[in-house]
Design a protein around this ligand. Structure first.
Ligand SMILES: NC(=O)c1ccc[n+]([C@@H]2O[C@H](COP(=O)([O-])OP(=O)(O)OC[C@H]3O[C@@H](n4cnc5c(N)ncnc54)[C@H](O)[C@@H]3O)[C@@H](O)[C@H]2O)c1
Length: 275
């Protein structure tokens, strides 16, 4: 089996790492050699740490080839796309992948907020396009949502599901609707939590303690938002609100103000908490 990963950023590098760990021949494609080398270095760094911690015995980095050429993906059985979250570039890429890859290559997108069906429609073989929505950080989060677009074939869907299992993930099956499953539930829920901060005049620490100790959440909503990134959450909320127009989906003004002020959570050193 050979898997291609397009884009070796946050998600793509994580997905390629999972492939290497599973002993799969992997081709990573980036736009520049420098970005490709950075992605490869990250993968080596995290796999080396896993060896040092005794979580894995060894890894074979020769399984990974990094290229800037799309043609390098020609022989892949599955290609997972993890480039920028914009419809235009994704549609352009899928049209090119269709041209370059074998007719039976399954083309998967890791999009969180775009329509898999709209991405598939950029090709003349939409039956082989499927969503594989990994969660961040991909090497650690067990879930992958396998998303069936309008015209996805059973064969492509089953191949994506099986790949998810091979990568050690827990795949779930769903259809191509805004937010798929987890974000559709979690985004409005986190927005509710933030609104409750003001409504109930409860502090972030108390709200987090409330949800941990009263609802069994492993992490409080404010801690979770700081981890995800306030800007990332606002962007995801906006995308969901654009599609569903339900007020609960819209980012609460408090979060928009935090994002505008650069209070992005852990990555900026300050969000609901200071790090
Ligand atoms: N970050 C998350 O929490 C998360 C979670 C789930 C899904 N996603 C989705 O995964 C995708 C990637 O997100 P990310 O956070 O890894 O972004 P990122 O910006 O970290 O990485 C994107 C990478 O793609 C590269 N790229 C852009 N166009 C390319 C092309 N045509 N060919 C090859 N490489 C190209 C960029 O150089 C960059 O390195 C997006 O669709 C995003 O919505 C992100």
């Amino acid at each position: 089996m050979k898997v291609g990963v397009v884009g070796l950023g946050t998600m793509g590098a994580g997905i390629a790492q999972l492939c290497v760990e599973a002993g799969i021949d992997t081709v990573g494609r980036e736009v520049t050699a420098d970005l490709g080398a950075k992605g490869r270095d990250r993968i080596v760094h995290f796999l080396t740490r896993k060896v040092e911690k005794g979580q894995i015995e060894s890894f074979d980095i020769d399984r990974l080839t990094v290229t800037t050429e799309l043609a390098g993906l020609a022989e892949c059985d599955v290609v997972v796309e993890a480039i920028v979250e914009e419809l235009g570039p994704k549609r352009e890429l899928f049209a090119e992948l269709e041209r370059i890859c074998r007719p039976d290559t399954v083309l998967a997108t890791n999009t969180s907020a775009l329509s898999v069906t709209e991405i598939a429609a950029a090709t003349s073989s939409p039956e082989r396009v499927v969503g594989m929505h990994f969660f961040n950080p991909a090497p650690l989060m067990p879930l992958v949502e396998i998303v069936r677009a309008e015209l996805t074939s059973d064969a492509a869907f089953d191949t994506a599901y099986a790949l998810g299992e091979t990568l050690g993930k827990h795949p779930i099956r769903c259809h191509d609707t805004p937010g798929f499953v987890v974000n559709r539930v979690l985004i409005p829920l986190l927005n509710d939590c933030v609104r409750v901060l003001d409504e109930a005049r409860v502090g972030a620490e108390d709200l987090d303690a409330g949800m941990r100790h009263g609802a069994g959440w492993p992490m409080g909503p404010c801690e979770l938002l700081d981890l995800v990134g306030i800007d990332v959450h606002v962007h995801a909320s906006d995308a969901l609100y654009d599609k569903l127009r339900e007020p609960r989906m819209a980012a609460p003004p408090r979060l928009v103000a935090m994002a505008n002020a650069g209070l992005l959570g852990r990555k900026s050193g300050r969000g609901f908490y200071t790090y």
